[in-house]
Design a protein around this ligand. Sequence first.
Ligand code: GAL
Length: 801
Amino acid sequence: MLFRILLSALLTCVYVQFSYADHREINLKTWEFSRDNVHWYTVKIPHDWAIRGPFDKKWDLQNVAITQNGETEKTEKSGRSGALPWIGEGIYRYHLRQTDLKSRHATLCFDGAMSEPTVYVNGQKAGYWAYGYNAFRLNITLFLHEGDNLIEVHLKNMEESSRWYPGGGLYRPVTLVITDKARIDTWGTYIRTVSADSLKAVVSIDMKTLEFLQGSRFVVDITNKYGYHVQKSCPVDLKGEGRIIFHVTRPKLWSPETPYLYKVRVKLIADKEGKPNVVYDEQLLNYGVRIIDITKEHGFRLNGVSRKIKGVCLHHDLGPLGAAVNKAALIRQIRILKDMGCDAIRTAHNMPSSLQMEICDSMGMMVMAESFDMWVYPKCKNGYARFFKEWSDRDIMNLILNHRNHPCIIMWSIGNEIPEQWSKEGVDISKHLQDLCHSLDPSRMVTQGMDRPDEALASGFAQIMDVPGFNYRVHKYDDNIRKLPQGFLLGTETASTVSSRNVYKFPVKVTDNAVYSDGQCSSYDTEYCSWSNLPDDDFSMQDHPWIIGQFVWTGFDYLGEPTPYDEYWPSRSSYFGICDLAGIPKDRYYLYRSVWNTNSHTIHLLPHWTWTDRIGKITPVFCYTDYPTAELFVNGKSQGRISKSRDGRLTKYRLCWNNVVYEPGELKVVVYDIHNNKAGEKRIYTAGIPHALKIDVDRDVIQADGNDLAFITVSMIDKSGNEVPTSQDELNVKVSGQGSFKCICNGDATNLQSFVEPKMKLFNGKLVIAVQSSMKKGKIKVNITDAANKKITKSVSIKTE
Ligand code: GAL
C-alpha cells in the first residue's frame, strides 16, 4: 500500500517549495444590533432576532385562504409563520479596523441574511440582495479605508412574506476575505467526478482567477487522511482559467455509509518581485469522490449501486434556536435521522446553509438543495414572487456556485408546488431554470416538487424535468408514470402525517381531517391532511421499481404552519415532524426506522401504558418493528400472535392489536423472525407518580469555543424508573461554570412559554435543554428542579475542552 502511494506520488508530482502571500478569512462574529436605530445591543452572529419572542398571535396575523390546501374562504390564521416577532427592520453594525490595504482585495461573504439585506460600508451602499436564504458576495475593496471602518447591514422582513417561520437577522455567518488583488475566484472552482468505480476515478477540477497575472499557474494537491497525496499543476490561460484532470487510483468513494472526504488544495502561483513560486491565493475544499446516475433501467444509483432515497424534508429553523444556524444542532439532527435509516434531506424550500452542507458531506447525508417556494404567481402576498423575474437567475447561480462542490448534494430543485404547473409560461420557466442549472453544473439532475400532477402532465411541465418530482397524491403515481418519458419518478414530498408526541386519541381512526379541543394530533399515526396520506401508503408505493425514493414531510417539527390548527390559537408550530420541535422522536420515528434502518432492529410499542381513565376501555396497541410477527401480552395474558400482511392499509408495516382492553400493569410484546424464532421482546409499564428526573446528554464533552451546545433530554420517571408520560410538571434550570443556558423546548406546538427562559413545563413527560460552552475549558454544571416538588431535582456536569 505504502509502496503504491509513494510510487503514485513520484509518478505524478513534482513538489515545489512555495512562499505565501497573505490570505485572511475573518469571521465577523460580534456585532451591534438594533431594531429601532436607538437602542443597541451587542450580539453574536448567527443571530435570530425573533426567537426570544414573546409568542403572540398578533405577529403576522393573516386573514387568508390557503389555496394550496384547497381553501376558498379567508379565515384568520394566527400561527402561520410561528407567532414570533420576525417582521420589521433590523440593523447590524460591525467595526472593522483595517490596515495595510494597499494592493489588497476585500470580499464580504454572506451565507444568507433575513431578509432583503442592504449593505453599507462607511456610509456608502455596497450592495443589496433580495432573497433572505441565499449566499452572496460583495466586493467592498473600494469602500474600505485605512483605520476604522463601519459595516452596516439593514434588513427588512415584510408581513405575509412566508408560509413558515423564516426568522430575522444575520442568521448565518458573515465572513470578510482579504486577499491579494490577484486571487482565486472561489466560486469558480468546480470539482466533479467524471467517472468512478472501486479501481479508478477521474476527477476534473476547473479553476478561475480574478485579475490575471502573467505567467501564473494553478497547483492542486489532493490528499486524504489515509496517506493519499497527489499534486498537479496547469498554467492559467488568457481567460484566467485552468483545468486539471486527476486519475485517482482505488478511490475511497463517498456515500452516506462511507462519507470519505479528500482535501483539495488549490493554489494560485506566480513569481512576485523577483521571488519565485509565490502563492497569491489558496483555497481548501473537502471533496467526496462519487458518481450518481438516474435511469429508467437502474433507478437512482450512487457509485453504480441502485438504492431508494430514504429522505426527509426539513425547513431551516432549529426549533428553539430559531433560524440561527448552529453546528451542534445540525449534527444532532443528522445523528437522529441517520439512526432512523434516513439517508437524504430536502432543504425545503430554499437554499441551505454552507454549514449544513459541510456537515452532510462529513456525516454522510445526501441532499436535494432547493431554491424557491414560488415563481411569478404569489403563494403569499409579499413572498418571493415580488423578486422572481429580476432575481431568480442570480439566485440559482449563487445556489449552484456556492454549493456545487459538496458531494452530499445529489440534485437541485428549482421549485416547490409552483402554481404555474398547468401553463405554457410554467413550462418555459422550468426549462429555463433547468438549463441554467445544467450550464452551471452539468453533473447533477434537476427536479421540482409538483402537487398538481394532472395539470403538470397535461402541460408538459412534468415531462421536461430531469427528475419528475411529485408531492403527495400517491394514488396518481401509477397514472403519472405512464405519461412520463423519463420512466421514473420521485416522491419529492410524502406523508404529511400529523401527530403530537405521547398524545393518543380514541377511538383510533384513520382520518384526513381530525381536530381536537386541545390543539393536538394523535400519535397513533393515523391522521393526515386532505392532500396527504399515511407513511404506510408511501412505503407500499416504494416497492415499484420506477420510484426512486421519497422525502417525507418532515423530519422535525418546525416553527409555523400548524396544520390542522392553522386557525386555532395558540398553535404555532407544525405537527408534521417525525421528531417533535425539541428533536425528540415521536412514535412515527420508529415506524420509519423499522422499514428504513436495515442495520439494527426496531421494537417499539405504543401507546404509553399509563391511563387513569381507560380502565376497561378498548385501547389499541401497535408495534413498530422490522420483524414480521409478534405476540402481545397484557399482564401476561396473550392478546394474540399476529403477522404483517400484504393487504390492509395498516397491517403491512405495523402490527396492530385493535381490541386490547386497558388494565394497568405490564404491556409486553415478543417478536418473531421469518423462521418463527423468538427474536426479542419489549415491555412497558404503567408508571407511578413522578419521583425523579432522568437525564440523557447527547455529548458529555463539548468544545470550549463559546458556541458548542450540549442537548439534555429530561424525562420524569417514577420510583421504579418508568417514564411518566403524563407529567406536565414545570422545571427550573440553573447553569453554572464554563457555560450558559441557551434554550429549552418541550415539543408542544401550543406552548407559549419562551424558549430562552430557563424554565418550562414538561410536555407529556419530557423536554430538552441546550447549554452552550464558554471559551474556557472546564465544566458546565446544570441543575434541574421540579418547580412544584423541590425534592425532584437532578444535576449533570458536561466537560468543555
Ligand atoms: C405541501 C407544501 C409544504 C407544506 C406541506 C404540508 O403541499 O409543499 O410546504 O406546506 O404541504 O403538508
